[in-house]
Design a protein around this ligand. Structure first.
Ligand code: CP
Ligand code: NVA
Length: 307
């Protein structure tokens, strides 16, 4: 059984297959309108259950569209309205029950350990739809988007400015698997965890960690950032924002990247904090394409898990 939990767990060959299949999923739909179903209905008779412990716009809608366009069905379990959310049924028992009802689960949880515990008791595949640790589906969509616009990502340069959060965790794993150069600029307090950086270095990933945003962004092909305050990470917000202020992606700092560099953000954004309006709405921004490509990548991830 194949779970999609973290990029590090998956073979390079499989990750490449997922990206390439997502690209062909997209090209198959080039002449179809938004509401059309795909001609091959390859997920007919398959059901996905989605569980969200935190809010979501893109992940929820793109998984729903992915299943529906491929002829499949979806069920959404709101933890607040379920027994496991109210604490009167163990997550282990809930996992056993869901295994009777569907073919695959996608889950967004607060704690990564909770996700892992749940996955152990499921008899069907599970996809990580974001935890406090990682967000692999987002980074797979970002790789597809990068390659659509700039060609193969291997040996290209990506900069991350800001909080060392769950998105950058998956990005670090991807740097090792897809062989791109990654420079991360964060204040010392908000650097990504040592363990993941050491893992990537053992895998010969080219990773630079610096406190200097100018050093990180110098002549890169792509600049990425994310909200300074992630969901469920609300402590000392004011102090954190102050420390992160020098890492804002604005027009001035974008000038240090390559002239044709693209700007990426997983969204939602806090405009005026980690990114200014002139960048996110500017010519280099590809944020809407990133959101669109989530649909194609979700299809490919689901198909990989069910293969
Ligand atoms: N980027 C992303 O995962 O967005 P949502 O929180 O809206 O799902
Ligand atoms: N780092 C953000 C990503 C949202 C998609 C969060 O976890 O809230």
């Amino acid at each position: 059984m194949k779970n999609f939990i973290n990029i590090a767990d998956i073979d390079k060959k499989d990750l490449r297959e997922i990206i390439d299949n997502a690209k062909s999923q997209k090209s198959k739909r080039s002449s179809l309108n938004k509401s059309a179903t795909d001609p091959d209905s390859s997920l007919a008779d398959k059901t996905l259950i989605m569980i969200f412990e935190k809010p979501s716009t893109r992940t929820r809608l793109s998984f729903e569209l992915a299943m529906k366009q491929l002829g499949g069905k979806i069920l959404v379990l709101n933890p607040k309205e379920s027994h496991y959310g109210s604490g009167d049924e163990s997550i282990n028992d809930t996992a056993k029950v869901l295994s009777q009802y569907a073919d695959i689960v996608m889950m967004r949880t607060h704690k990564h350990e909770h996700f892992l515990e749940f996955s152990k008791h499921l008899d069907i595949p599970i996809i990580n739809g974001l935890t406090n640790l990682s967000h692999p589906c987002q980074i797979m969509s970002d790789i597809m988007t990068f390659e659509e616009l700039k060609g193969p990502i291997a040996n290209k340069k990506i900069a991350w400015l800001g909080d060392g959060n769950n998105i950058v965790y998956s990005l670090i794993e991807a740097a090792a698997k897809f062989n791109f150069e990654l420079s991360i600029a964060s204040p010392k307090q908000f650097r990504p965890g040592k363990k993941i950086v050491e893992w990537a270095k053992r895998k010969n990933a080219k990773i630079l960690i610096t406190k200097d945003p100018k050093e990180a962004i110098n002549l890169v092909d792509c600049v990425m950032t994310d909200k300074w305050i992630s969901m469920g990470n609300e402590i000392n917000k004011k102090k954190k924002k102050k420390l992160l202020k020098p890492y804002q992606v604005n027009k001035k700092i974008m000038k240090l990247a390559k002239k044709d560099a693209i700007f990426m953000h997983c969204l939602p954004a806090s405009r005026g904090e980690e990114v200014t309006n002139d960048v996110i709405d500017g010519k280099q921004s590809v944020v809407w394409l990133e959101a669109l490509n989530r649909i194609h990548v979700q299809k490919s991830i689901i198909q990989w898990c069910l293969k």
